[in-house]
Write a protein that binds this ligand. Structure first.
Ligand code: HEM
Length: 115
């Protein structure tokens, strides 16, 4: 494996850690019944946009599906705004909070099923 491929796979690895932080942070708050934005969700949402954009640059030997990337970028930016704006509130509306979790799951489904 060359250095460029190692860098791409490292970014993909961090992208998956960002997903784990975002969904894991959401699950912990949802199951505890206290619907607030925690720092795992905050870091996860920001990491997803940053690593996703880097992963979408032209890498040797990688063919991107740009409509899929566009849909993911739109969903991820919406998630990030919904996480960053109310991050200091003690609690957010139930609909807002569930929207973050649902959009995270939809974005992961787009990543996996859109070929
Ligand atoms: C909450 C937001 C996001 C979630 C939950 C998410 C989830 C995922 C998952 C689960 C994978 C692995 C799919 C697989 O290997 O089959 C993936 C890969 C990828 N994501 Fe995301 N993603 C998000 C945001 C983004 C954004 C904003 C972009 C680009 C602007 C992006 C671009 C990519 C690319 C290019 C890959 C492929 C990496 C590879 O195959 O080497 N993602 N994403």
């Amino acid at each position: 494996m060359d250095a460029v491929e190692l860098l791409r796979l490292t970014l993909r690895y961090i992208h998956l850690i960002g997903f784990a932080l975002l969904l894991g942070g959401f699950a912990v708050q949802y199951l505890s019944g206290k619907l607030r934005i925690n720092s795992a969700m905050l870091w996860g949402a920001v990491l997803q946009v940053a690593t996703g954009v880097l992963l979408s640059s032209p890498w040797p030997g990688v063919d991107h599906t740009y409509p899929k990337i566009g849909v993911k970028l739109l969903l991820a930016v919406l998630i990030a705004v919904m996480v960053v704006v109310p991050r200091k509130r003690a609690e957010v509306n139930r609909g807002h909070f569930i929207g973050i979790g649902a959009m995270t799951l939809i974005t992961a489904a787009v990543a996996v099923f859109w070929r």
